[in-house]
Design a protein around this ligand. Structure first.
Ligand code: ADP
Ligand code: F6P
Length: 487
């Protein structure tokens, strides 16, 4: 096995194997924010990405993507249940998202989570050249930094959490809280989406490990300084802009509007089908606006894209049933022949189709109950080259700290959400242009390359990890423990 100087370890590889209609194996870009973000930058580096390929008991040899090598990790059926569906997505995921769904504490899952984390750590250790940097991603692999430190004391270890880190009183509920905290703090640099997360971890380190803190950003663990900081993840802004202005995409957007019946206004939401995304609250708000006659079906069309996710987990199955029932009810009650109130799409789309959808939307509605970042909000802004369009954005998405000129809303407050939807629908073009202009200008200098550069140059100050990244279009403002700066 060839070795690399930069190794990324994430639960998923950027490609998923899914069955094609004829039953053959077909490779598709993996769903979700993490794969979108890292895929955008890593295809330009001679790095290795260690991860699961989406299948069961299979670790096929995969072709490189550009200069990026892929190293699959096999998971068995039992491991998928205990590690991915169990501990990662039924215990940590709900707990880290404010427990908007009840976390499940099943003692049987822990051993599997630990064993799978060890397998990922061993795979990464095997492909890392001497003195390499290993960058571990997300809550699925929270024990990997400490395991790597034991296996490969010579490497630099980074960890980035894409989801929120919960307040101490929630984290304290975890039966395995000490191991999980120690596991993550095995890294040299722990990155989060928001500064509050670093503050929470510093408090917990003192309380649970007796680890002294030099500041919120520096914790002393076993005599070693662990640095932490906020590095808000972003998107490939240039890619989305280029897609949104491609003539075929612009035409497709026009056709979409035509197919929707040339309504005066289109509202769009694009989510993984996840209970953190606030889809049910949104449907309630829209249904009440229709009931009260504040919006009319013919005039205002709603498109909800909801790509199925984690389908074998009970809470996700229940959510899908509830959402589909509610969409059916709303369409039954308010739709007309050939004019549904809600256009509900369950399918994955390619990037160009997503760009066309973003072009079609007068109002983009992104209202998660809690979200580490939410890249869809950023993609919409990047796609609005002409400065039109309104973004209604939850205060509880990490993106709200950066996209302050969105129509910010508390999605738990359904009346407030209804009012904000109407405000966005009725806003004056000059107001919209000013808001969109400010958000676009922020995104231009805070794209995915800026994120990678900020994180990797903080991990290794010598600059060797960022040599392959293109030179920034704007001068760097500061060396960055907390970068890109939050306004
Ligand atoms: P999460 O990481 O929780 O899934 P994000 O909004 O941060 O949420 O990222 C979602 C990513 O998945 C975005 O890059 C978005 O474009 C992509 N995506 C969402 N829905 C679809 C879909 N139906 N088809 C293809 N990609 C999708
Ligand atoms: O953003 C959080 C996250 O878990 C990512 O790690 C992942 O890309 C995304 O959600 C999709 O989830 P899954 O990999 O479970 O389909």
């Amino acid at each position: 096995m060839r070795q690399s100087s930069l190794v990324v370890v994430a639960n998923r590889l950027p490609l998923d194997d899914s069955a094609a209609p004829d039953g053959a194996c077909e490779w598709r870009r993996s769903p979700g924010g993490l794969a979108s973000a890292l895929h955008a930058i890593l295809q330009q580096t001679p790095a290795t990405w260690v991860g699961w390929n989406g299948g069961i008991d299979s670790a096929p040899t995969l072709p490189d993507i550009g200069t990026l090598r892929l190293r699959p990790v096999a998971l068995s059926e039992v491991e998928l249940r205990g590690y991915y569906e169990g501990f990662a997505n039924s215990t940590l995921w709900p707990l880290y998202h404010d427990a908007v769904e009840q976390p499940v504490f099943d003692r049987g899952w822990w051993e599997t989570y630990r064993a799978v984390n060890r397998r990922f750590a061993e795979a990464a250790a095997e492909v890392a050249e001497p003195g390499a940097a290993i960058w571990v991603q997300d809550y699925h692999l929270q024990l990997v930094p400490q395991l790597l430190r034991e296996l490969r004391p010579d490497v630099l270890i980074g960890f980035f959490l894409h989801v929120p880190f919960p307040p101490p009183e929630l984290f304290m509920q975890l039966p395995r809280r000490v191991e999980l905290l120690r596991g993550m703090l095995g890294a040299d640099l722990v990155g989060f989406q928001r500064p509050q997360a670093a503050h929470n971890v510093a408090q917990l380190a003192t309380k649970l490990l007796g680890a002294p803190t030099i500041s919120d950003d520096e914790i002393v663990v076993d005599g070693r300084i662990v640095r932490t900081g906020a590095f808000p993840v972003s998107i490939d802004v240039a890619e989305m802009q280029a897609l949104a202005t491609r003539p075929d995409v612009v035409n497709h957007a026009k056709q979409l509007r035509h197919s929707l019946g040339q309504p005066r206004r289109v509202l769009l939401s694009v989510d993984r089908l996840d209970y953190t995304k606030g889809i049910e609250h949104r449907l309630t708000a829209y249904s009440e606006l229709l009931r009260d006659g504040r919006v009319k079906v013919r005039d205002t069309v709603v498109v909800q894209v909801a790509v199925p996710s984690r389908e074998r987990v009970e809470s996700y199955r229940g959510l899908r049933d509830r959402i589909e029932g509610e969409v059916g009810r709303i369409n039954g009650e308010y739709g007309r022949v050939g004019e549904p109130a809600i256009h509900y799409l369950n399918q994955p789309f390619d990037r160009a189709d997503l760009a066309a959808l973003y072009q079609t939307a007068d109002v983009m509605v992104v209202t998660p109950l809690r979200d580490g970042m939410n890249l869809v909000a950023k993609e919409y802004v990047a796609a609005r080259e002409d400065g039109t369009g309104a973004l209604v954005l939850s205060e509880f998405a990490g993106a709200a700290a950066e996209l302050e000129d969105a129509f910010l809303v508390n999605p738990h407050d359904v009346d407030g959400l209804k009012d904000m939807l109407l405000r966005a629908l009725d806003a004056q073009p000059a107001d919209l242009a000013a808001r969109m202009g400010a958000m676009r200008s922020h995104l231009r200098s805070h794209d995915i390359l800026a994120w990678a550069r900020a994180y990797l140059s903080a991990l290794d100050h010598t600059g060797r990890l960022t040599e392959w990244l293109p030179i920034p279009a704007i001068p760097r403002q500061r060396p960055a423990a907390v970068t890109p700066p939050l306004r």
